[in-house]
Ligand binder design. Structure first.
Ligand code: CTP
Length: 473
């Protein structure tokens, strides 16, 4: 087994080994750093475990560097960390843990390296490498974690019911690692997740959502989302998404399974963009479907207005999942609201005015909306997909042309509300709104060109209808 470390990392490990020897304790590299180095994945988080006081060791190591990196520590958890050469170096004393069933807080006492490895979540995360001179570089692998890395499987060191009951977040972590690494969760571990799903409720929503976002940021988020759904975990914290699943059949007609359709749209989006929030828009684009589903005689299944319902559900879901309540949320809601618009332009006889309206409504989000909309074209019928995609290309082309002509994106009408108020001596009122809308609509509909003179002329004639006169005439 080969591990490639940078010269800075090697020199840091030597310093840590020497400082530990001076304190008469043993120390080891452990966890994600060892796992990722063996897998050849980039990693910047170095975890050190020592058979003694981790905080003391961290201070001793930091003191050996000329610029003495700042050590932050948490006495209650016995952890300390500092940053060095772009690495996050964290120290903890080896410990033995036992948990009671109604709390996340373990009973902790000092332990050996073996005790510490036993309390870890997965065999692939329990690998340790000695930094002690007596056996420097020796791999300590009591649970055959190396073989699991080779076989690409996720397995717990203890009975999975114990590992998950100790810290239920690990059920999410198992699915997250499976998604990120492309590893299989062993059947007994998966069944244990299904059995223990209800325990997730003792974990804070922030930690659950953190794992969900790591799944969403992976190359194929569908892998993890499907595992979350099949294990029952998804319904525990995100029932609205689980409700997308299933196919109802009436008079021999079924609709798409909106859960699996959504997963495909997320993967399609992920293949085109790393933007986490665009992926969230893909996740939520059809979230309003279960609430709007109807079987209409002669039509079959309809989901009228699901984009509006989805837009309204977005803030509630963001709150429930403790996602940011800021412009990211507004961005997602806007894309959910607009997700049908570009595809509706693939119909024949689409006017330039419809194109202009989309450019105006989407504004800065146009490119992202187009990615979402293109990702939404899924069907088992490959000919159908091909035809839709070709039509979609035409829409893209026409949007480009209209934009080049009219410069309507991120556009402000040539006469503002302020201008109108000044001209007619008005304070903010219904009339100002009417005049503003008249100008905007006339330009978007192509009735007048997008310039100040034409807008001014229209403004005067509309004002006349409303019995308004410019103040200085
Ligand atoms: N760990 C654990 N149970 C948890 C969280 C962490 O046993 N609920 C252990 C694992 O040994 C893990 C190590 O603590 O490898 C470090 O945890 P963390 O930094 O959260 O995860 P990494 O494995 O380093 O992976 P990533 O950085 O991708 O989260």
């Amino acid at each position: 087994m080969d591990i490639v470390c940078t010269p800075e990392e090697l020199s840091l490990f030597k310093t840590i080994g020497d400082a530990a020897a001076a304190l008469n304790v043993s120390c080891y590299l452990i966890g994600g750093f060892v796992r990722d180095k063996i897998l050849g994945r980039p990693t910047k988080d170095v975890d050190i475990v020592c058979t003694g006081d981790g905080i003391e060791l961290a201070h001793a190591v930091a003191a050996t560097f000329p610029h003495k990196p700042h050590v932050s520590f948490f006495k209650t958890f016995g952890t300390a960390q500092f940053r060095l050469h772009g690495l996050d170096v964290e120290f903890v004393g080896a410990r033995k843990e036992s948990y009671s069933s109604d709390s996340r807080k373990p009973h902790v006492e000092p332990g050996t390296i073996e005790d510490d490895q036993l309390r870890r979540d997965f065999t692939i995360n329990a690998l340790a490498i000695s930094l002690n001179s007596i056996n420097y570089g020796k791999l300590i692998d009591p649970f055959d974690g190396i073989a699991d890395l080779e076989r690409k499987i996720i397995r717990t060191p203890l009975d999975p019911d114990t590992t998950f009951s100790d810290d239920p977040l690990r059920m999410m972590r198992a699915i997250r690692f499976s998604t990120q690494l492309g590893f299989e969760i062993t059947p007994d571990v998966f069944q244990s997740i299904c059995r223990n799903k209800g325990r997730l409720k003792i974990v804070s929503q922030e930690r659950v959502t953190d794992e969900l976002n790591k799944i969403m940021a992976a190359a194929r988020p569908s892998v993890g989302l499907d595992l979350l759904f099949r294990s029952g975990l998804l319904r525990e914290f995100f029932p609205q998404m689980a409700d997308l699943s299933g196919v109802e059949i009436v008079e021999g007609k079924g609709h798409k399974d909106n859960f699996y359709h959504t997963l495909q749209v997320i993967d399609n989006t992920a293949a085109k963009s790393d933007n986490l929030w665009l992926r969230w828009a893909a996740l939520l684009h059809d979230i309003g479907k279960p609430a709007t589903k109807k079987f209409e005689d002669g039509h079959g299944w309809t989901f009228h207005g699901h984009e509006v319902v989805g837009e309204r559900m977005t803030p509630r879901i963001f709150k429930q999942l403790k996602l940011p309540q800021n412009e990211k949320m507004k961005y997602v809601a806007k894309l959910v609201a607009l997700h049908l618009r570009p595809i509706s332009l693939t119909k024949e006889d689409i006017t330039d005015s419809a194109m202009r309206r989309l450019l105006f409504d989407a504004g800065e989000e146009l490119e992202d909306l187009m990615i979402l909309c293109e990702s939404d074209i899924t069907s088992k019928n490959r000919m159908k997909v091909k035809r839709y995609l070709e039509n979609f290309e035409l829409v893209k082309q026409r949007l480009k042309e209209v934009e080049e002509n009219d410069k309507i994106r991120n556009w402000q009408p040539p006469i503002s509300g302020e201008d109108i108020m000044q001209l007619f001596g008005l304070s903010p009122s219904r009339e100002v709104g009417v005049l503003k809308t008249t100008i905007r609509e006339a330009i978007l509909d192509g009735l007048i060109p997008n310039d100040r003179d034409a807008a001014y002329e229209l403004l005067l004639s509309k004002a006349k209808e409303l019995n308004l006169k410019p103040v200085n005439q």
